[in-house]
Structures are given as C-alpha cells and as structure tokens.
Design a protein around this ligand. Sequence first.
Ligand code: UD1
Length: 353
Amino acid sequence: MKILSVVGARPQFVKLGPMHRAITKAGLSHLIVHTGQHYDDEMSSVFFSELDIPKPNLNLGVGSGPHGQQTARMIESLEKKFLEYKPNWIVIYGDTNSTLAAAIAATKINIPIAHVEAGLRSFNRAMPEEINRIVADHCSDLLLAPTAAAMTQLSNEGLSSKSELVGDVMVDSLNYILESLKKRPVDLKEQFDLPNKFLLATIHRAENTDSKERIESIIDALSKCTTPIIIPVHPRLGDRCSSFNINLNTGNLRSIRPLSYRELVHAAKSSEAIITDSGGLQKEAFLLAKPCTTIRSETEWVETLENDWNVLLPDLTDLSEVSLREVPKEKQPQPFGDGSASEKIVEILTKNK
Ligand code: UD1
C-alpha cells in the first residue's frame, strides 16, 4: 500500500513527523511531496532534520505568491504527480494553501484523500485558512478529527459517516520533541542572551500583519509589557515591519530569528507565558501548562479556553496584566488525545485501503 503525503508549510512538517514514523513502522511505503510553499531553511529543512523526516521525494518549488497563483501552481504540478504515483491514499494536513491545492487536485482524479486535523472551524471566512479547511474537508474521503468538538462540527456539516476521532498528531510530535530535548538539550539562554523570566510571543497571521496600523498597535502593546518578551520573527512579519519601517526591538520587546521546533518547544517550556496568533502554539502552550494570550477574536481550538488557559485578546487591552495572569488552579483536561493519533490514523488507512 502506497501513502502519499502533501506538505508545504511549517506547521505541516510538525504533523508529518509522527505520521512518517507510524507509516514506516507499519511497513508501508510513504512518498513525501513538498509543494515548496515554505522554502527557507529556518522555515522548512530544519523541521525535517529535527523530526527525523527524510528529505521529500519531490519538491515542487512553488514558492511565495498571491493565493490564487500559488494555489494554482500547486494544483497543476500535484495533479501530474498524483497520476504518476497512483497512491492508495493522499494524506493532507491542516489548513494551508498546500492542503487546499492537494485536496482539489486529488478529488478531481478520484484518488482517496485523508485529511489530518479535520473539522476545525473559526467561523471567520475572512481567514484564508477557514476556506482551505472547509474545502479540504468536503473534498476528503476520510476526516481525521483531533477533538470531540471537531467531530461535532463534521457531523453538523453532514460528514459524520466519513469522520473518525483520532486525537491530535501535534501531541505525538510534541512528546517526541520533549523526549529528544531530555537527551539533547538546547541552550537558547546563551545564544540569545535571554533573561531568566521572559514571555514568548509569535505573530504572523494575515489579519495581524497586513496593515501598518495593526502591526504598530501589536508591537506597541508588546513593547510595553512589564516582563521582557522575545519574538521569533516569521518572514511575513519581518517583511511587513521592514516595509512599514517598524522597529521590532523596542521597549521590553526583543526580536530573534525563527526558531526550529526543538528550540520553540524549549522556549515555550522555559517561558512564563505565551502571546500568539498561531493555532499550533495555543495548543503547545496548553499542553505545556503555560497561560496563553491569543491576539485573535476567535480560536478553532476552543478547548484551550477552558478555565482561561487561553484568553482571546484581539483589542490588546491590558495585555501585560492579562498575559501574566496566574496559572489556573483547576486540573487540566486532556482534550487532544494521548499521543497515539498517528498510529490510529495509519490503522484506519490500512483498514480502508
Ligand atoms: C502559511 C499558512 C498559515 C500557517 C503559516 C505558518 C496559508 C494560507 N497560510 O502562512 O496557515 O499558519 O503558513 O507559517 O497557507 N516567506 C519567506 N520564506 C519562506 C516562506 C514564506 O520569506 O520560507 C515569506 C514570503 O514573503 C511570503 C510570506 O512569508 O510571501 C508568507 O508566506 P506564505 O506561505 O504565503 O504564508 P504564511 O504567512 O507563512
């Protein structure tokens, strides 16, 4: 049985890691196609090496561009490769333009698609990822839901007969990296001259980086926090700040290069708290029991909001106090599964080949 995974952007490499291990452990053939949506070493190859994923069998080299152009280029190349490889399953991950392109290309030529991280919704159609998720789910033959809430959503959309609750592959990935950090720790303190107490911030979403006013207000609020903040800079944020002439090293805010996954997990674990607009980091904060403040008006990961482990703060009011709130006292539930999602997925794929 042949499984073909399509990935392209940073968060997908994190999900691919445990899937690749589970697929090879089951003795199945795994082809990895990288669309090339992310291409910098810091955004791509370092994730493959740290997560022990082999080099992709193919890189389409699509690169950056407007949504339509980027997605269209991917669809054209993916269709050819899908027809050439004829896999039993095409596995797609999350909600990026690479997910959308693979879903459209595969469904038109009737190759079965399995969507990892199905059923997530922000109910905000202005987000490019929301459109990608909806289309990907409705094109897919097997919907692999990370949470009970995602299962309910799939059922609301008439998709329950194709849906399976498997847990979140990001738990599998995080566990793997935590083990690797125990054996081989990283030292960010020395490398970046970090203070003992710091907050970790990441900002990259289109809605937070596309206008000068919005970035300025976020950077201003971060710089005024009472505890030092380090911000690994996503290329989109870096580009926008240089073109708008916005200084990322101001007040209590300090910018550093994008972190590898091992470095990011270590930084998150060592931080007092997290401020972000990333979906993945909201969950990582929750799993590492760090209070998270999310600079968005909604989240797909509603489970993280329980007991204020995660607080939505789109208007940035009292960011310093909110982000430094106390750790909730209540015992944390475990809504994201037990770290065996990828093995469950491979079992389901094998049964339904
Ligand atoms: C994409 C995903 C988003 C995900 C994010 C993680 C979509 C619609 N969005 O957003 O869901 O959370 O990845 O990073 O697919 N760039 C580089 N080097 C790179 C990659 C990008 O410099 O290796 C710069 C380019 O200027 C590019 C910009 O970053 O135009 C945005 O990259 P793109 O892949 O289009 O979207 P992301 O913002 O990364």
